[in-house]
Design a protein around this ligand. Structure first.
Ligand code: ZN
Length: 262
């Protein structure tokens, strides 16, 4: 399994060389996206990641730093089919699942796509799914389970949670993507025993999260920080040194293009 951070930045103002949140996971000959920040389509395509193998896209929550690149990514799938007959043949009758906590956002993206070119008529099909707690996807050796968190608060009675943390299981490995979250306690149970955890620093300091992991005695393999907040964006080396002082080489800071083999 190869995991590539396409964008490592949180939802702040545009930063040089650091795009908003998106991760690509390649396993079993298929491609999965975790969030689709502004440059998901651009960075994956130019990074040589085969978009034509996309099986599913999972959006943790519908803030712009996690969805801004979704229309362009989906647009690019169609574009590749219109300019490359081999890709069109490969993608014919493919079903690409799109999981997100608020289907009105999918409807809005589709409105953009249909108004862009060719009414978004394609050889493949998009299949939207509303995220809920539980297993969202379990096919071809890739299993993704969603756990709600409190980044967007507690919904009114009868309304769904709108922000999720994802646990991916593939090739006998477990990888957690925190998405944006409020407190480590929300996601700690799902982290236990993970081979790799991606933790966001847009609402937390890396050193603070490292200390909490240590204090709670949570056993995980590698800790990768992403969705960087202003502390890291303004002082990458200083924040890295502070976090390393707590967890040592068990942690690392991702940058755009960082990739990890599991
Ligand atoms: Zn965010």
């Amino acid at each position: 399994m190869k995991i590539t951070v396409l964008g490592s930045c949180s939802g702040t103002e545009p930063m040089p060389g650091c795009h908003q949140t998106s991760v690509a996971v390649e396993t079993g000959g298929r491609l999965y996206f975790i969030d689709a920040g502004e440059n998901a389509g651009y960075a994956s395509y130019l990074g040589g990641i085969p978009q034509q193998d996309t099986a599913a896209i999972f959006i943790t929550h519908t803030h712009m730093d996690h969805t801004g690149g979704l229309p362009h990514l989906l647009w690019n799938f169609r574009k590749l089919c219109t300019i490359n007959p081999d890709i069109a043949a490969h993608m014919r009758d493919h079903v690409i699942q799109v999981h997100l906590p608020d289907l009105s956002v999918f409807d809005g993206v589709m409105a953009m796509l249909r108004a862009s070119e060719g009414n978004y008529e394609t050889v493949f099909r998009l299949d939207p799914h509303q995220l809920r707690d539980g297993v969202a996807y379990d096919q071809n050796g890739f299993k993704l389970t969603a756990f709600h968190n409190y980044h967007l608060g507690t919904p009114a009675a009868g309304m769904p949670f709108l922000s999720y943390t994802f646990l991916v299981e593939a090739e006998g490995k477990k990888v957690l993507f925190s998405g944006d979250f409020r407190d480590l306690s929300e996601i700690a149970p799902a982290m236990e025993g993970c081979d790799m955890v991606f933790l966001e620093t847009g609402h937390h300091t890396a050193a603070g999260l490292c200390q909490e992991l240590k204090d709670r005695g949570i056993q995980v393999g590698k800790v990768v920080f992403y969705h960087h907040g202003l502390e890291i964006l303004h002082d990458f080396e200083g924040e890295l040194a502070a976090a390393k002082a707590v967890l040592g080489d068990r942690m690392t800071f991702s940058v755009d293009g960082s990739s990890y083999q599991l």
